[in-house]
Design a protein around this ligand. Structure first.
Ligand code: HEC
Length: 89
């Protein structure tokens, strides 16, 4: 008689843990993307991206500012891409 509620409780707990951990893993996955990865995913959609060496730090800031609007990037994504391009030039 007493065993059934305990099993239900444990099952509910397990489901809750599964839901919480799946939410965490997807959000940390998005945050963990590197500038290089974001660049590859976003900047090659419309054109062959110029290689990082083709522009100076200042020119990349301007280019990423323009392309941020075109690519519909968030501020942190654009900052990561700009950082990647500047370290690779
Ligand atoms: C929605 C399409 C689109 C996306 C996404 C996009 N671009 Fe562009 N990009 C363009 C177009 C169109 C041009 C040419 C017209 C212009 O310069 O405004 C261009 C031009 C450029 C230029 C200038 C090329 C030159 O030789 O002067 C650079 C640099 C550039 N993009 C970099 C990027 C980077 C870095 C990203 C990622 C953050 C990006 N683009 C994402 C459409 C896009």
């Amino acid at each position: 008689m007493k065993k059934i509620p305990i099993i239900i409780f444990l099952f509910t707990l397990l489901v809750m843990i599964a839901i919480i951990s799946s939410c965490r893993s997807t959000s940390s996955l998005a945050e963990a993307k590197s500038g290089a990865q974001l660049w590859g995913e976003n900047c090659l959609r419309c054109h062959n991206s110029p290689s990082p060496e083709s522009f100076s730090d200042e020119a990349w800031d301007v280019a990423v500012m323009h392309m941020r609007i075109r690519a519909n990037l968030t501020e942190p994504e654009a900052v990561k891409i700009a950082k990647f391009l500047k370290t690779a030039n």
